[in-house]
Write a protein that binds this ligand. Structure first.
Ligand SMILES: Cc1cc2nc3c(=O)[nH]c(=O)nc-3n(C[C@H](O)[C@H](O)[C@H](O)COP(=O)(O)OP(=O)(O)OC[C@H]3O[C@@H](n4cnc5c(N)ncnc54)[C@H](O)[C@@H]3O)c2cc1C
Length: 413
């Protein structure tokens, strides 16, 4: 779908574009014609932004250095989950869940969608109290959820170890296969007139970007949706990589039926430093079991670390002992883009007019991608969004104000 041609808007020596194998017909150099918006990155966030901007009639060019839906999107578990650690997170995730349910409704199988629900597992009475608080918050927000005592928990999920206190079932949560959903979003953007360019953005400039091959692309707005690599392009961004491990088993249909997450996950997800693992088990529609997850700061090597993987698997076996007998087929890692307050940065860079940010989604970017795109598109194209944008605006970080020092390496480590 991507159009190819002589780059009228580039100063580099970009040749007539040719289709690149494996990139779905994308042009390999700057495509002809001008754009209103350049989107850097075609992970789930960039793909969703491109789609939402193209839907508003803007001419969009997406630049991706690898394949559509790579980066953290390819590594993520694809759990679509309402998180309620603060009102802003609850507003963004629950709004995005609504958008996901509409989006997948036409073709759930293409997204490998399942509305499996989440069970937040309470190990003891203290965690059960935390589950009750969570239930009250969610119910007040109109979300369907149900407290489970121990008997109800084991009736739903008999593989859980004995001795647990109960849990909370959140019925509207679900899962997708993120790289496929990213591809579907990007294809819809292309059908709406967007273009996809294969290339690596080396620098964000005033009014455009510079690619590694020397090509310059121009547009009034540049959206940085480069995931954990966003801060390589804009060093002042308060975003640092947080590595995660995941493993997937052979097919064991019916082993579990809901996404199972320990309530302790929240502590792990919000830790500001150190390594942690949390019990997070997902029933894939294929019958496979996806096992997550770990969190590590300061680790950018994508290699699977046997110690971390062993720690994560031991922890999972502690909750579901029969996991020990299942065959793990593959394991991998990914880098989340973590912001200091755990919320994404969605909006214009306060120190760089024309540069827009859609990054910092940490471990919730599959879930929150669609709401992010709606918020961002409303701010770029004008118009109202369904929820207030203010909590996610980048200007909440002082380092992004004009003339501030770049976010320091010491803060990243
Ligand atoms: C182990 C793990 C488990 C997770 N589980 C979940 C989950 O269950 N639910 C959930 O909601 N979220 C989950 N997440 C988080 C989620 O995967 C991310 O928040 C989300 O994928 C971020 O998407 P993104 O598009 O911002 O970034 P990415 O997916 O990283 O995409 C960025 C894209 O930009 C491209 N790019 C980068 N730099 C450049 C450049 N200079 N030029 C051109 N292109 C560039 C990259 O190639 C990439 O394709 C998980 C993450 C991890 C690591």
């Amino acid at each position: 779908m991507a159009s190819a041609g002589t780059p009228s808007d580039s100063t580099g020596a970009a040749p007539e574009a040719a289709a690149a194998p494996g990139l779905g017909g994308v042009s390999t150099a700057a495509a002809g014609g001008s754009a209103d918006v350049l989107v850097v990155g075609a992970g789930i966030v960039g793909a969703a932004c491109a789609d939402a901007l193209a839907a508003r009639g803007l001419r969009v060019t997406v630049i991706e250095q690898e394949v559509v839906g790579s980066g953290a999107t390819a590594a993520g578990m694809g759990h679509l989950v309402v998180m309620d650690d603060n009102p802003a997170e609850l507003a963004l995730s629950s709004y995005s869940l609504e958008l996901w349910r509409e989006f997948v409704a036409d073709q759930p199988a293409r997204h490998e969608y399942s509305r499996c629900g989440t069970i937040w597992v309470a190990a003891d009475d203290e965690e059960l109290d935390a589950a009750r608080l969570k239930a009250a918050t969610m119910a007040a927000h109109g979300l369907e959820c149900r407290m489970l005592d121990a008997a109800a928990l084991y009736a739903l999920e008999p593989q859980l170890r004995p001795g647990l206190a109960g849990g909370l079932l959140v019925a509207g949560d679900g899962l997708v296969y993120p790289p496929k959903s990213a591809r579907i979003l990007l294809d819809r953007a292309l059908a709406r007139g967007a273009r996809l360019v294969a290339g690596c953005v080396r620098a964000i400039e005033d009014g455009g970007v510079l690619l590694a091959d020397g090509t310059r692309l121009r547009a009034g707005a540049v959206v940085v949706a480069a995931g954990s690599r966003s801060s390589q392009l804009l060093p002042e961004l308060p975003v640092q990589p947080k590595k995660g491990h995941v493993a997937i088993t052979d097919r064991y249909p019916g082993f579990i039926r809901h996404q199972l997450v320990e309530l302790g996950y929240i502590k792990s997800a919000h830790a500001a430093s150190g390594d942690s693992v949390a019990f997070n088990l997902q029933p894939r529609p294929t019958g496979q079991i996806l096992i997550g997850s770990s969190r590590q700061f300061g680790a950018t090597d994508p290699a699977v670390e046997p110690d971390m993987m062993a720690r994560m698997l031991r922890h999972a076996v502690g909750f579901t002992p029969a996991l020990r007998g299942l065959n793990v087929l593959r394991c991998w890692t990914g880098l989340r883009a973590a912001s200091p307050d755990g919320l994404p940065l969605i909006g214009e860079h306060p120190g760089r007019p024309g540069v827009w940010l859609a990054t910092g989604h940490e471990g919730l970017g599959i879930t929150t991608s669609l709401a992010t795109a709606q918020l961002l598109a409303a701010r770029i194209a004008g118009g109202d969004a369904a929820i207030p944008a203010q909590p996610y605006l980048p200007e909440r970080f002082a380092t992004l104000q004009p003339n501030c020092e770049p976010w320091g390496q010491s803060q990243r480590d």
